[in-house]
Design a protein around this ligand. Sequence first.
Ligand SMILES: Cc1cc2nc3c(=O)[nH]c(=O)nc-3n(C[C@H](O)[C@H](O)[C@H](O)COP(=O)(O)OP(=O)(O)OC[C@H]3O[C@@H](n4cnc5c(N)ncnc54)[C@H](O)[C@@H]3O)c2cc1C
Length: 454
Amino acid sequence: MTSPMASAVVRRQSRDHAVVLGASMAGLLAARVLAESYRTVTVIDRDVMPEIRTHRRGVPQGRHIHILHSRGLQVLNELFPGFTAQALQTGAELGDTLGSVRSVMSGYRLRQTDIGLPILFASRPLLEGQVRTRVRALPGVTLKQGTDIAGLTMSADRRRVTGVQCHGSGRAVAGTPETIVADLVVDATGRGSRTPVWLPEWGYQPPARERLEIGLGYATRSYRLRPGALGSDKAILITATPDHPRVGMVVTLEGGRHMVGLSGILGDHPPTDPAGFEAFAASLAVTDVADAIAGAAPLDDPVAFRFPASVRHRYERLRHLPEGLLVLGDALCSFNPIYGQGMTVAANQALALRRLLTCGRDPAPREYFRAIATVTDSPWDLAVGADLAFPGVPGTRTAKVRLVNAYLPRLHAAAAHDVTLGAAFVRVVGLVETPQTLLRPDRVLRVWWTNRRR
Ligand SMILES: Cc1cc2nc3c(=O)[nH]c(=O)nc-3n(C[C@H](O)[C@H](O)[C@H](O)COP(=O)(O)OP(=O)(O)OC[C@H]3O[C@@H](n4cnc5c(N)ncnc54)[C@H](O)[C@@H]3O)c2cc1C
């Protein structure tokens, strides 16, 4: 509900003004597509954005590994021509999803070869900073930073969201509270989104919430590795198995740095003291991460991140929604970050929004949320299904989930020898193919045949 604070109404001259709540990846990508259809777009964030590539408070996950999968890179290049070249100029590294990543999956080392499926390695501040620069350069787009969103305003009949109430952020709340009138509001405020709380205050049902408790803990530290410590690889990925449910990653970053990420589920969290961090790395199923950091120079102290659960709000199932309010990014669905899907899914959601906008009218909420569900289903099923392979994760294991979780280790075993299967698998991980493609009869037969010959 609107807050009772006195508001100075800032009325925009145009009737076609979109306001995006949150200037992180999802909000910026939404602003990019909205700028094609709305005369003015205002993006609001509580943070004051750093000029240089440094971390910011509103995105604490930015201190941890953020790889951009192939599909995400494709979309960013579509929305911002030359994106990859620009990222490489600023120090990002391009790799091949199968050839450059030393992956140990279900305990099997995938056979590596370049398959022409790019993956981008860069720090999160670099990626977000580049997207932000491109969005800010768009005509009609304004970034209103250092501004806290307090609530939304509604029409008298409560059928339509009409604007946003906000005030200066920071300890000493600066400036007059104001209301910004909007024809469309897009909530991209991440996991803390207030839309599920606001809806019942306005007399609507809240969205059903799916929540998979995984009790994930991350710890991350940056290093300067010994020359040649990774050989010709740009990254190492040791995934968890029910027998060894710990994950280790090493990723090349700009500036000759490497980021090492460790994680465990169900409370088995990596410590953040340097000795404990290294001991956790040494406890992984294989020694690749420990070997890589042996003799390396640490550049900072390990930092932690807790991610209790993957959460999806099912807006597409609501029969009644106010006009003029959409939700995207982590505010709608946030996945176990181990699978590195969040930015790519936000990019796909932005494209789905763009397709609806080409119809020349404000997207109807139900139509929008159904379109968003379509691009969110596969990555959600992938992440949730994979997490349900761990017996301690509470949740219903359907026959399909059990089948896929029995099949994947066999596929990984075969992919240790057969690059065709490895390529098929990483195309799914890179979100360029759907998980169903792995169950094609020719692929299943190939898995069976390869394992039989081993
Ligand atoms: C540990 C970790 C690692 C990850 N690794 C990867 C990876 O490798 N690859 C990948 O693709 N994704 C990864 N992700 C996911 C990725 O970070 C998100 O999916 C992505 O940032 C999109 O999020 P978002 O823009 O929806 O929300 P967020 O990034 O959470 O941003 C929300 C924004 O809203 C602003 N905001 C919130 N509330 C208010 C308010 N009241 N007033 C004003 N502003 C507000 C915040 O300041 C922030 O800028 C990872 C996530 C985590 C937690």
